[in-house]
Write a protein that binds this ligand. Structure first.
Ligand code: SF4
Length: 392
């Protein structure tokens, strides 16, 4: 099976946000020409290595970062030309998403992206609260997301997603409900939520380690998540995946490639590709990545072969993280017993021949997926699950 989705990573940001663990380099001016050259080289190397007999047929392209809106005007049409060396897509049916940050998403960039064929914008808003934005190290102010959405609309984009971060430290006294209301007032087609975590290599990770910062506790984290679920679903959004909400017909098609276990191609530093059964990833550093390609070497830094056991666990985890759920017809009797216990706890519902997690269940996704996968292999009745404590 050939990839029908492509991810392209832009590893440049003006500065690194306090919580960010992504593959990015801080710089004011993104080296657009160098980036395009490196991506083109990697694409050629990949096509040769994979032995694709003809051009791939792509359904989705996702340009993420980093900050793609830092690249010069013209970058996306040049990228499209490069990708077309080994792939085709139908302009009317492809979903081509590009991430943007409010401070660099100018009217010029918006028009340029529209002309290049991009038809979906994913906007890194994170919050509408000045204090929270400053604490995060974001470059835009409270009015930034609204201006950026207006810019996107004026350029003709009718598919805009807004990213929000919840679970920030309680001492910031962030009004999460107000942020949700301001998001809804902008009428985006899609909303993505990210629960704040403190990765060890980030400034936030160091603050937490040194006792200078405390993340939201589990109660606050769960309350904010469930409030977002209620508020957004009341407003007509479908909570279709643990972190994602879309108006009907506006789900992210690209992300479904990740969640359904099909192959996807990827380019750029730190990007991950999946050519079943192998998942592989590139060098994270921009300079290391670019140097490899300048020397015509592969930038791939590692790979793992997904075993049959891991594939089974992943399949469960992926099925449970979306509202597609797990097919009842494929569940073992022990898994069905477990699903009934989850229903009693409010963590799952079984309907239309699928076991689906509820928002309360998604708060426990990793634990529940492990248990469900284990139950798929169990040959005897499970006894331990009934005593599982409710989320606290
Ligand atoms: S803008 Fe995004 S990618 Fe860039 S540093 Fe901030 S969180 Fe990371």
């Amino acid at each position: 099976m050939l990839p029908r989705s492509l991810y392209v990573h832009v590893p440049f940001c003006v500065r690194r946000c306090a919580y960010c663990d992504f593959a990015v380099e801080a710089m004011r001016d993104a080296p657009t020409a160098d980036w395009l050259r490196a991506i083109a080289k990697e694409w050629d190397l990949t096509a040769r290595e994979m032995g694709w007999a003809g051009p791939l047929s792509l359904d989705t392209v996702y340009v993420g970062g980093g900050t793609p809106s830092l690249l010069d005007a013209g970058a996306m049409s040049a990228l499209a030309e490069t990708v077309r060396r080994h792939a085709t897509w139908h302009p009317a049916s492809v979903e081509w998403t590009c991430e943007a940050n409010p401070e660099s998403f100018s009217a010029e960039i918006a028009r340029d992206w529209k002309a290049a064929g991009i038809n979906r914008i994913s906007l890194g808003a994170q919050s509408f609260d000045e204090r929270v934005l400053r604490w995060m190290g974001r470059l835009h102010g409270a009015e930034g997301p609204g201006r950026a959405v207006a810019t996107a609309r004026e350029a003709g984009f009718d598919n805009v997603s807004i990213d929000l971060i919840f679970g920030v430290p309680g001492r910031l006294e962030r009004d999460w409900e107000a942020d949700l209301e301001r998001t809804l007032a902008l009428a985006p087609e899609h909303v993505s939520l990210y629960g704040l975590t403190a990765e060890i290599a980030t400034p936030l990770g160091r603050w937490v380690r040194d006792g200078r910062e405390t993340l939201a506790d589990e109660d606050r984290y769960a309350d904010e998540y469930l409030l977002a679920h209620r508020r957004l679903t009341d407003a007509g959004y479908e909570h279709y995946e643990v972190s994602n909400f879309g108006l009907p017909g506006r789900r992210s098609r690209h992300n479904f490639a990740y969640w359904t276990g099909v192959p996807y191609a990827a380019l750029g530093p730190g990007s991950h590709a999946y050519y079943p059964p192998v998942r592989r990833w590139n060098a994270r550093g921009w300079h290391e990545y670019e140097e490899a390609l300048r020397d015509s070497r592969s930038p791939v830094d590692g790979e793992e072969r997904i075993s049959v056991e891991d594939a089974a666990l992943e399949r469960v985890w992926l099925a449970l993280r979306t509202d597609l759920g797990f097919p009842v017809a494929e569940a073992t009797p022990v898994q069905l017993d477990l699903a009934r216990l989850w229903e009693g706890a409010g963590w799952a519902q079984t309907a239309e021949d699928r076991v689906r997690l509820t928002a309360e269940g998604w708060l426990l996704l990793d634990r529940l997926a492990l248990d469900f996968a284990a139950a798929g292999e169990a040959r005897h009745e499970l006894t331990g699950f009934a005593s599982r404590p409710a989320p606290d």
